[in-house]
Ligand binder design. Structure first.
Ligand SMILES: [Zn+2]
Length: 116
């Protein structure tokens, strides 16, 4: 049974500050693995998609569920273009930034279409 988002919502934020922010070795096996290989992200790894990243993608947490897709796309189109697409994806028509789990724009109130 997939883990429900509400369970994660109650966890302390410091559980995972994100791949680029947490520099503590041992706090994330995926991050440690990527760093040990001298890579910038998993998509560049010869073993991609390995069990570790596949399990993470499929762990039931909504914002983990696009990891494999994103890493493939990142490798395919390059970091600059990928970041441009993310900028577009995570912006409301009114230009306000939007994020995971937000059901409507905090600025204009327009409902946010989610794809998970
Ligand atoms: Zn808006």
């Amino acid at each position: 049974m997939p883990v429900r988002y509400n369970k994660y919502k109650e966890m302390p934020l410091q559980l995972c500050p994100g791949c680029k922010l947490d520099d503590q070795p041992g706090s994330c096996e995926i991050r440690d693995c990527v760093k040990s290989k001298g890579l910038n992200h998993c998509g560049a790894c010869r073993e991609f998609p390995c069990d570790k990243i596949t399990k993470f993608n499929n762990d039931g947490v909504p914002h983990h569920s696009e990891v494999l897709k994103n890493l493939r796309q990142l490798e395919e189109i390059g970091e600059d273009r990928w970041l441009e697409l993310q900028e577009e994806k995570w912006r409301c028509e009114c230009d306000a930034k939007i994020s995971w789990y937000v059901k409507k724009c905090l600025k204009c109130g327009k409902p946010i279409k989610t794809n998970y």
